[in-house]
Design a protein around this ligand. Structure first.
Ligand code: ADP
Ligand code: ASP
Ligand code: MG
Length: 406
């Protein structure tokens, strides 16, 4: 007998038929003699709809109330799924995040899990029940509900699997695994049999929404092997693990992230401490900075350009104005019409020329590169947002020509 954590995303529980489909998957796993813990997300677009309702009433709402609101989505799915399992005569209990022992820090809407008190979950397992847990939520030290950030149910599932030393953690979704690019956008994307934590972490961070990046980080830290698979088509999915058996692939995938804004600060005085001043302020506001470019000084001035997540663009602009009160408005430029296109693969470490192949593919497609950044296993370029999907397809075609096995 094994302990299996199964997570189902929003589209997998979007309506009554899908909920029954999930109940059948869970019931079969249970009837095979396993202990089963199920983590579910809110149905379909529920979370987006709740956010829209909040914006309509008060765009300046507090983040505490937002979490109180958003956690309702998952409450609906756990009870409906538990009812579906009752119909199949499976002993079951649904638990909200706090009932399942999820303790988080106090950063509303982007909380981090600090620990899970597993007593309640263990005692329900001892009663041979299937446990259906609300993903994406926990409780902070003030006994307030918190949520873990968009896509956070993946992290809830991995955290439970780690805390309970589960034998398996399966992430069921609406595609059949992790692909070389978003299969909804790139028709020749290939499904990967396996991928390393490091590569998956880069892909997830750079825009492949199939797994939340924090869930991958946690899976790596606690050695939880993940299987990403379809809730609608019962075929093997993609294994996410430390080391893969396959020979290192040059490139494992191509991603796009449109949640990027570029800020430029022009004609800053060219003296020591300017960059420190700006980036320490941004760090203090917990704004993650990605690509940074500083022009070489000319006539006593220099320009600094950097990128942040688009949601942080205004906050970053405020930081700039605070840092350089004398700066003229026209010397601060915020551009949200860009996207980041990246390739990821551990193989590129040992293959010179990977970057030039990527740039060549973009050039041949007539796409201008606006900024570049690289690390050992990824290369990212900024392009015009309108061109981003075409850029992904062109780069994908370069590294994954049709008619070959991957
Ligand atoms: P869930 O609701 O199950 O959490 P998500 O919508 O968060 O599902 O993630 C699944 C989606 O991720 C897919 O429908 C697919 O369009 C998208 N996706 C983006 N990049 C990839 C990729 N490289 N491989 C697979 N899916 C991807
Ligand atoms: N329901 C939440 C969201 O839409 C959490 C999740 O889906 O994982 O972001
Ligand atoms: Mg998701």
């Amino acid at each position: 007998m094994a302990l299996i954590v199964q997570k189902f995303g929003g589209s997998s529980v979007a309506d009554a038929e899908r909920v029954m489909n999930v109940a059948n998957i869970v019931a079969n796993t249970y009837r095979d003699g396993n202990d089963v813990i199920v983590v579910v997300s809110a149905q379909g677009d529920t979370t987006d709809d709740l956010i829209a309702k909040a914006e309509e009433i008060n765009p300046k709402h507090s983040r505490r109330e937002m979490d109180q609101l958003l956690s309702a989505g998952e409450q609906i799915s756990i009870s409906l799924l538990a009812m579906a399992l009752e119909k199949l005569r499976i002993p079951v209990i649904s638990l909200l995040g706090w009932q399942a022992g999820f303790k988080t820090n106090s950063q509303y809407t982007i909380a981090r899990i600090k620990k899970i008190d597993v007593d309640r979950v263990n005692s329900e397992l001892d009663k041979n029940k299937v446990i259906v847990v609300a993903g994406f939520q926990g409780l902070n030290k003030y006994d307030d509900i918190t949520t873990l950030g968009r896509g956070g149910s993946d992290t809830s599932a991995v955290a439970l699997a780690a805390a309970l030393h589960a034998d398996k953690c399966q992430i069921f979704t609406d595609v059949e695994g992790v692909y070389t690019a978003d299969p909804r956008k790139v028709k020749n994307a290939y499904k990967l049999k396996e991928i390393t934590y490091d590569e998956m972490l880069e892909l997830a961070t750079l825009g492949a929404q199939v797994l939340n990046n924090r869930s991958v980080e946690m899976a790596k830290k606690y050695h939880v092997e993940l299987e990403v698979l379809s809730s609608l088509n019962p075929i093997p999915g993609t294994m996410v693990k430390e080391v893969t058996k396959m020979e290192k692939m040059l490139i494992r995938g191509v991603t796009k992230d449109s949640n990027v804004a570029r800020l430029s600060v022009l004609r800053l005085e060219d003296k020591p401490g300017i960059a420190f001043n700006l980036f320490s302020k941004l760090a203090a506001k917990k704004i993650n900075v990605d690509i940074i470019l500083q022009s070489s000084g000319r006539r006593g001035t220099k320009d600094i350009t950097f990128t942040v997540a688009e949601d942080n663009a205004e906050l970053a602009r405020d930081c700039i104005m605070e840092c350089f009160p004398e700066i003229e408005e026209e010397n601060v430029i915020v551009d949200k019409s860009i996207a980041k296109v990246s390739i990821v693969g551990a193989g590129m470490e040992t293959h010179p020329g990977t970057a030039s192949r990527m740039f060549d593919a973009l050039y041949s497609a007539g796409i201008n590169i606006e900024m570049i950044s690289t690390s050992e296993i990824k290369i990212s370029v900024l392009v015009d947002q309108e061109m981003a999907d075409r850029a992904v397809s062109a780069v994908h075609a370069e590294f994954f020509p049709e008619g070959r096995e991957y």
